[in-house]
Design a binder for this molecule. Structure first.
Ligand code: PCP
Length: 375
C-alpha cells in the first residue's frame, strides 16, 4: 500500500488483492493435491437498465496473460443482457482462484461506468457529452473512469490522466472567475492564455443571473456559454434554458451554444437536449452503479455442474436477425445465428488487442440501432 491507500499493480497481478476465502480455498486444495480443470463463466443476473455495456476487458486480459488459462469473451464495448455469459475462463482452478476478486472488480466497475455513459449518450440525441466526474472517485482510478466513459460514448473527458487518444476537454471553473472578482476579466484572461483550438466556452452563473451573464459572455466572444446553475437557484431549469436561448437569439447570438453542467442525470439530458449543444456530466457517469457480475464454475473435468440457481454447462450467446439466445455450447447453433463469445486468451497468450476506439464504435453503433428501432 502506498500513502494514498492504493493497492499496487504487482499486488493485484500476484492475486494478493483477493477475498480471504480464496486464500483458504487455495490452501485446502493445494494441501489435498486437488486442482481440477474447470470452466467458469462470468454473468450478471440483473442490470441497472435493460442492457449493459461490457467494459474492462483490457485489465482482465492483463491479469490473465501468462497463466495457464484460456478465455473467450464478448468483444469490449458489446451490449449484453441479464443472464448472458460475458467471459468464459477454462483452466486448472488454482490458476485463477485468487484472481476472482480483481477480475470481477475490473469489469463490475468499468462496465457500470460505460453503461451509464452509453445510456446518457443515447438520451442526448446527438448532443455532445463530456465526462466531468473523475473528481467524484479516487484519483488512482481516473484513467479507468475516463476510458470507460469514452467507450460508453462520451465525446471527450476532463481528466488529464485519460488514456492517450481520448480528447481532453473542459471549460472554466468558478475559481478562475472568483480569482479575478468578475467574469469579464476572467474570460479575457482565458481567451488570451488558452490554446487557440480550445473552444471559448465561458462560465456564466458565478455572481449574476444567467440572462445577464450570457449576453456579456457572447459580447466578449464566447463560442458557447456554460450554465452550472446551483440546485438552490434552479427552480425551473427548462424555463431558464428557454429564456437564455431566447435572449441570445434576439440579440444576434444564434451561433452561441449552451453548455449545461452540474448534477445532471440521464433524465435531465433527455429533457434539455433540444436547447443544449453539450452536457458536462460528472457523478451520473463516474458514480454509476456497478454491474453485479458473478463468476461461477459451470464445468469440472468436462462434466457440467452448477450451484443452485445457476445453469450448468458451457454456454454461448447466439445472435442473428431477430434472435438472441443463450444456449448450451454443445448444441448446434440456432439457424442463422453466430456465437458471440470470441477467443481472447489461449493458454495464457493474448490473441487480440483491446482497442478502446473499436469498443466505443461498437457502443455507438448499438446506440444508433436502438434509436433507429424506436422510430
Ligand atoms: C464541477 C463542474 C461540473 C460538475 C463538477 C460536474 O462542478 O463545474 O458542473 O459534476 P456533477 O455532474 O457530478 O455535478 P463544481 O464542483 O461546481 O466545480 P466548479 O465550480 O469548478 O465548476
Amino acid at each position: 500500500m502506498d500513502r494514498f491507500g492504493i493497492v499496487d499493480d504487482e499486488t493485484i497481478t500476484e492475486g494478493k488483492c483477493t477475498d480471504i476465502y480464496f486464500d483458504r480455498t487455495m490452501s485446502a486444495l493445494m494441501q489435498d493435491g486437488k486442482n481440477p480443470v474447470v470452466t467458469a463463466e462470468i454473468t450478471a443476473s440483473s442490470l441497472p437498465g435493460e442492457w449493459g455495456v461490457f467494459c474492462g476487458l483490457n485489465d482482465v486480459m492483463t491479469l490473465l496473460a501468462g497463466r495457464n488459462v484460456s478465455a473467450s469473451t464478448l468483444p469490449e464495448g458489446s451490449i449484453f443482457y441479464p443472464g448472458e455469459p460475458v467471459i468464459r475462463i477454462q483452466g486448472p482452478y488454482l490458476e485463477f482462484c485468487l484472481l476472482e476478486t480483481a477480475l470481477l472488480g475490473f469489469i463490475c466497475h468499468a462496465s457500470g461506468i460505460a453503461t451509464a455513459a452509453a445510456q446518457i449518450k443515447a438520451a442526448a440525441g446527438g448532443r455532445q457529452i463530456l465526462s466531468f466526474g473523475s473528481r467524484r472517485q479516487h484519483p488512482a482510478i481516473s484513467r479507468m473512469i475516463e476510458r470507460a466513459a469514452w467507450i460508453g460514448g462520451a465525446d471527450a473527458v476532463s481528466n488529464t490522466c485519460a488514456p492517450e487518444g481520448i480528447p481532453v476537454a473542459g471549460t472554466i471553473p468558478h475559481a478562475l472567475i472568483m480569482c479575478y472578482g468578475n467574469p469579464e476579466e476572467a474570460w479575457a484572461s482565458f481567451d488570451r492564455t488558452a490554446p487557440p483550438d480550445v473552444p471559448r466556452v465561458y462560465l456564466c452563473d458565478t455572481y449574476c443571473d444567467e440572462k445577464r451573464e450570457v449576453l456579456a459572455a457572447a459580447r466578449a466572444g464566447a463560442t458557447a456559454v456554460r450554465l452550472d446553475t446551483p440546485r438552490s437557484r434552479r427552480g425551473d431549469m427548462q424555463a431558464i434554458l428557454e429564456e437564455v436561448r431566447w435572449e441570445l437569439d434576439v440579440h444576434g447570438f444564434e451561433n452561441v451554444g449552451i453548455f449545461l453542467s452540474g448534477g445532471l442525470t440521464v433524465d435531465d439530458v433527455r429533457a434539455y437536449r433540444d436547447m443544449v449543444e453539450a452536457f458536462g456530466v460528472g457523478g451520473a457517469i463516474a458514480n454509476a452503479p456497478v454491474i453485479d457480475f458473478s463468476l461461477d464454475i459451470v464445468e469440472i473435468e468436462g462434466t457440467p455442474v452448477s450451484k443452485r440457481g445457476k445453469k450448468s454447462g458451457v454456454k454461448d450467446i447466439y445472435a442473428g436477425p431477430g434472435i438472441r439466445v443463450v444456449r448450451p455450447a454443445v448444441l448446434t447453433a440456432p439457424d442463422g445465428t453466430v456465437p458471440l463469445l470470441e477467443p481472447h486468451i489461449d493458454g495464457g497468450a493474448s490473441l487480440k488487442e483491446c482497442d478502446m476506439n473499436a469498443a466505443r464504435a461498437r457502443v455507438l453503433a448499438s446506440i444508433a440501432s436502438f434509436s433507429a428501432s424506436e422510430k
